[in-house]
Design a protein around this ligand. Structure first.
Ligand SMILES: [Zn+2]
Length: 215
């Protein structure tokens, strides 16, 4: 696929064709990850939507941020309505892994949040030094989760503050679980998480009645 073709379906000479653009308007999926965190994902991470996310994140087609940030904003709006005091919760982004940051030199989540006209708490969550950089692809889900615990640290200034976690792609949910843990430990009140996309497996699990979810 040439970099000048539709990032979703490969249609020639267009950044994003009308059909793929429509697809990215989002059909939010609501799910719950272990630990009880409520998650809204704007897109299913499959087919054309997955291609567009990959073109943006892995191949650096940054102009896709316009369409993707609109999708993320839909998820944020769904999970973070204003509280009784009329104020919306603060957004806290999941930081990129040190390896991801080195490889890209930019932060895909922060870029989408800014493009959507929103802002996150700077340094709200950080990767603990020496943690979170190792390859975890060979680990099964439980081992990944064990490896993640303690990877993130939340700013103690967030104690007593209502926050929403923001991330790009939720795969197993273990990163969101760790973000939830770190923020709760710092005393923040975590309202939920807003993500750009969820893998089909998680999205399908969310569709089943809760008693079949195995949680
Ligand atoms: Zn297309």
């Amino acid at each position: 696929m040439s970099p000048a073709d539709c990032a979703g379906c490969g249609a020639p000479d267009v950044e994003l064709c009308p059909a793929c653009r429509l697809l990215l308007r989002g059909d939010p999926v609501e799910l719950e990850v272990q630990g009880g965190l409520h998650v809204v994902a704007a897109l299913r991470y499959e087919a054309e939507a997955r291609e567009v996310v990959l073109a943006y994140k892995a191949r650096g087609r940054l102009r896709l941020d316009a369409a993707l940030s609109s999708a993320l904003a839909v998820a944020v709006g769904r999970v973070a309505p204003p509280g009784p005091d009329g104020r919306a919760p603060l957004l806290v982004a999941v930081p990129p892994s040190p390896a991801g940051r080195r490889r890209r030199g930019w932060d895909p989540v922060e870029r989408l949040v800014r493009r959507a006209g929103l802002a996150t708490v700077p340094g709200g969550l950080v990767v603990r030094p020496g943690r979170g950089g190792g390859a975890q692809k060979h680990l099964d889900r439980a081992a990944r989760q064990r490896a993640r615990v303690g990877c993130l640290r939340a700013d103690p200034c967030l104690a007593g503050v209502r926050v929403v976690v923001v991330d790009d792609v939720v795969t197993t949910g273990s990163t969101l679980q760790e973000a939830h843990r770190a923020l709760s430990e710092a005393g923040a009140s975590v309202v939920g998480a807003a993500c750009l996309a969820a893998t089909p497996l998680l999205a399908e699990a969310a569709r089943r009645p809760r008693h079949l979810n195995g949680r």
